[in-house]
Design a protein around this ligand. Sequence first.
Ligand SMILES: [Zn+2]
Length: 432
Amino acid sequence: MADTSSVVVDTERFHKNPFLDKEISLIGDPFVGGPSSFLERLKQGSTLLLETLTRNVLEENNRMPGDDDYSVYTGKSGVILTYHWILSQNNQELLINPSIKKMLEDFVKEVMSGHLLRKKRITFLCGDAGPLIVAYLITNDSNQRTELLGRLLQLQDLVYAKGSSNRDRTPIPNELLYGRAGYLYSLLFLNQQFPQDPPLIPYALLSNLVSIIIEDGLRNNQRGNPPLHYEWHDKTYLGAAHGYVGILYVLLKARAYMKEEHVRHVKETLDWVMFHQFPSGNLRSSVGSKEDKLIHWCHGAAGAIFLFLEASKVFEAEKERYLSCTLACGGVIWTRGILKRSYSLCHGTAGNAYSLMALYKHTRDLIWLQRSCLFSQWCFSWGNSTRQPDRPISLFEGLAGSVYMLHDFHNFLLHNGDGSGSTPKFPSFELD
Ligand SMILES: [Zn+2]
């Protein structure tokens, strides 16, 4: 473990977890319905928040992000994706206002016309890949899909663009929000959503992209440890949004496209990331940080848990070691993860509910399901956070994220978690 002397542990950013040690009696069996059950409360809570979202989108003008922010992360595409996803779930059609359905159709036209696209950002969360793929999901028109796929593939020109600096570093970063890992996520997601033979995105393209991300990490490495070196804005971030967690998670999901030596580099780098876990179980936000404070998806344990879980599946021989890191992440999320700042996916309680759910999906230990459900219940009171997000109805910073999570959890529990319904997945990040 890295030097832990003078680590400062935050005590201000989170609510003291009121459920500590009482979780089982508070929820009962989450799979069981009935008048006063958690499942029923979840149904009501998710429906109410969806109504609030729709009111904000349709009635309270200016709450829907405008053309200045088309991103999945904080903009229009994320809200559209939320509605499309809810519509695509069984029996959810009745929940959606007809005007919303029209809004989805109009969105596809806007993306097709090209005026929403910026042609300079590549990723799913913050770039053109997001609206292109959201439109691809919504439309059933094969000509439109061909056009959208063509534009998605054209973004490769930016992915491969070379910089002019004397260190031969390219202007495109490798992280998830703006960089190559975010483009790689987009392509993997599309192949998973539309499995076919041959695949929509061919093997050679994915294999080439994975190699570029790894070769760039090797080239940037000047000190020898870890083998892959990635920075964003001259800082060595560790978390999911801008750092190693996001990059390595997507690379592990793309391991079928990776050379054996590249898998080895990824594993050694991953082991180096684990070295930066605080004694509390949280992960440093960046190398050298002494502040154990952010329990977020973007920075900290709530994002890292997905990487360590994936590692425990991929590197079977060492799964216990990775699982123990994962459980430490789960512990700190549980004790310090009900955040004052927000209910959001990116840095709020809804995202942390997904992190605990991921632990349940892997371990099948009901304690993690109970804890995840209690976090989801906390989000019923959306709107009571200490800070109003800049994009209050967006998917990653606002209301749409809580709506997505509550519906995701409800669908899962309603079908007894047996796989006949959907399985909760952190939207726009977690891959099968
Ligand atoms: Zn965040």
